[in-house]
Write a protein that binds this ligand. Structure first.
Ligand SMILES: C[S@@+](CC[C@H](N)C(=O)[O-])C[C@H]1O[C@@H](n2cnc3c(N)ncnc32)[C@H](O)[C@@H]1O
Length: 613
């Protein structure tokens, strides 16, 4: 007699789950490199090659994958890569023993943000890479011809060359002699590179903690708004350039200041968006003083060059314009604004130039003005290579710039979900992305943004309710017995419990948890106090899994157990408090229990215990 259908189905799905369980046994390395990853910076993005391994193991060719928090579209790229895996991906799948089935998948991506959806669309269906490259080259050449003089500079011997970048400095008022001193002169040394937290006045030798020193502001006329505004006073202090292929650097000299004066009277191209910044959670009254509009994030020189490039794109063929805008924006917020900065790295002979700090709109006391022509030219290669990978793919990836709380997809139409929801209030995506969205002429509608935000009046409870609606929708559209992989990290037990409750209330059962090891931690993970190392990875299933609800144990008994397992791996990272916290959280979520402790408290207690033992 044939077995009852329900029984057989649940046995089949249990066997299917067992076959993908290998994916969750060991931490998965997700390298943060390659042209697809590097084409456009987006906070917390995941390597598309890694996502492809998950999609290819959880689904079959032709299946449909949903990402309800698509960001820059890496799940869509993952679906595409399943149809054209690189040798490296094939080797990884083999080495890890993943049950992959290569072949194109379909993707349906929901992203509420205008920028994320734009990036995803361009990367998943780019134009012909060679046509793109030629058009970009033409845009650069045209604008360079008109504005190359903006970056002219002489080397110390007086030979003309071009600026590579210029370090600017905040101006401070010495608390003792009240003279105006640059942060550069008071706190910076170049060999070895050091940015000191102690202000040392070069005039009167007074010393103070830098936080106690007044930053000088000034009234500046703004010819775009036609008004005066008070903002922090900044001056250029050090120039890095090159002449006939040889690099040099020197302090700012009168020719640089004359050039700046000339730029002051150069008109700004008409296309710049005159947009007030919808400041929210990220506004800081100190370093954002006077920054009320988009254009205040630029030096005048870079504003002119960027707008001229933007304007030129409009003259290109319509089918190439978005890809060209993608290229310009890939460099915009992170390198073209005054959020670009220098940092002092231990043992280095000079300061290191770096991009904007992701996710915060931070303007440092030593902002950097880069040569946009040189930077954009360098960026072209990566974007060209990325377009070469995805151009002419066989997957059908649909990107919807709308909320995933209500998708309009039919019931049980999706085979698998891979998603990476916003983790609490860590990054206010809509606010961060404004600097690029303003150029696109459209900003994100934040009503449904799943986030904890004081500015938006969204508490952890609201976040949980919004997340619940997204999970409920994912549950509805997923086929019977299908799964969802969720990547998540937070340092807050409350946020973890919101995620756990939202997924359970939606009907999902947590089947297992692991760690996604982003080999180079995202900036916030590396530097935030209480940062979590490795993103916990959770497998949600539509099959109810009540058996795994186990009675609660003392947290330290669980920690000791996790440490014993970690020691067996012989990988020192496994024994770090950050990794143990990720594992601990995974344990509680998989056991359907409240996460009892936030990362900061855990690290403190963990450290105490280690020193006592
Ligand atoms: C952690 S990011 C995803 C990053 C993505 N994995 C990537 O690789 O770029 C979360 C995304 O969810 C988006 N989001 C927030 N609320 C949403 C909603 N209701 N519907 C769709 N997307 C939403 C945010 O704009 C953000 O881009």
């Amino acid at each position: 007699m044939p077995k009852p259908r329900k029984n057989r189905e649940s046995k089949d799905s249990a066997a299917a789950l067992e076959s993908v369980a290998t994916l969750y046994r060991k931490p998965i390395q997700a390298t943060r490199g390659g042209p697809l990853f590097n084409a456009f910076p987006y906070p917390t993005k995941i390597s598309p090659e890694t996502i492809a391994l998950f999609i290819a193991s959880h689904t079959s060719p032709g299946d449909t994958v949903l990402d309800c928090f698509a960001g820059s579209g890496t799940a869509g790229l993952g679906a595409i890569l399943c149809g054209q895996p690189s040798d490296r991906m094939k080797q990884d799948a083999k080495a890890l023993g993943f049950p992959v089935k290569w072949g194109p998948r379909h993707g349906v991506l929901f992203e509420i943000g205008v920028l994320g959806a734009f990036i995803a669309r361009v990367l998943c269906s780019p134009p012909d890479p060679v046509m793109f490259l030629n058009a970009a080259d033409a845009v650069l050449k045209d604008v360079e011809e008109q504005y190359i003089w903006l970056y002219e500079a002489q080397n110390p011997q007086g030979h003309t060359g071009s600026v590579r970048y210029i370090i600017w400095s905040n101006i401070l008022r010495c608390p003792s002699c009240r003279k105006h001193i640059s942060l550069w002169d008071a706190c910076v040394s170049r060999d070895p590179a050091k940015i000191s937290g102690i202000f040392r006045c070069p005039k009167c030798r007074h010393e103070s903690n830098i936080d106690d020193v007044h930053r000088v502001t000034r009234n500046q006329s703004d010819d775009i708004l036609g008004e005066n505004r008070k903002s922090r006073l900044r001056r250029p202090v050090w120039v890095y350039g090159s002449t006939n292929g040889r690099t040099w650097n020197r302090s700012v000299q009168s020719s640089d200041l004359h050039l700046l004066k000339r730029i002051e009277s150069e008109p700004i191209p008409k296309c710049i968006p005159i947009k007030a910044i919808p400041w929210g959670d990220l506004y800081r009254s100190g370093y954002h003083k006077g920054i009320t509009h988009l254009h205040h994030f630029y030096t005048r020189r870079n504003l002119i060059v960027f707008s001229a490039l933007w304007e030129k794109v409009q003259e290109q063929k319509p089918e190439l314009r978005d890809a060209l805008r993608f290229w310009l924006l890939s460099y915009n917020a992170s390198h073209a604004t005054i959020m670009t900065r220098v940092v002092a790295k231990k043992g280095q002979k000079d300061l290191v130039v770096t991009s904007a700090q992701p996710g915060v709109l931070y303007v440092s006391g030593l902002p950097v003005e880069k040569n946009l022509f040189a930077g954009l030219r360098r960026k072209l290669k990566t974007i060209f290579q990325a377009f070469e990978i995805t151009h002419e793919n066989e997957s059908l990836v649909e990107i919807r710039n709308s909320s995933s709380l209500s998708t309009g997809l039919p019931d049980e139409s999706v085979d698998y979900v891979f998603t990476d929801p916003p983790f609490g209030g860590n990054i206010p995506y809509a606010e961060v992305n404004f600097l690029n969205e303003a150029w696109l002429g459209q900003t994100t509608n934040i009503a449904d943004e799943v986030i904890v935000s004081r500015y938006q009046g969204k508490t952890v409870g609201d976040y949980r309710r919004l997340l619940y609606r997204a999970f409920r929708e994912a549950y509805r559209v997923l086929k019977r017995n299908a799964n969802a992989t969720v990547v998540f990290h937070s340092t807050s037990a409350r946020v973890w419990n919101a995620l756990r409750a939202a997924s359970e209330d939606a009907g999902f059962s947590v089947t297992c948890a692991s760690v996604l090891d982003k080999t180079q931690g995202s900036f916030k993970q590396v530097t935030t106090k209480g940062a979590v190392r490795g993103d916990p990875l959770i497998l949600l299933s539509k099959i109810q899994n009540q058996g795994s609800r186990i009675p609660s144990e003392d947290m330290w008994v669980i920690v000791d157990d996790l440490m014993k397992q970690a020691a067996l791996s012989h990988d020192p990272i496994e024994l770090t408090p950050q990794r143990i916290y990720s594992r601990l959280v995974g344990h509680y979520v998989a056991c359907h229990q409240e996460v009892p402790i936030s990362a900061g408290d855990f690290y403190r207690q963990f450290g105490k215990r280690q020193t006592q033992s």
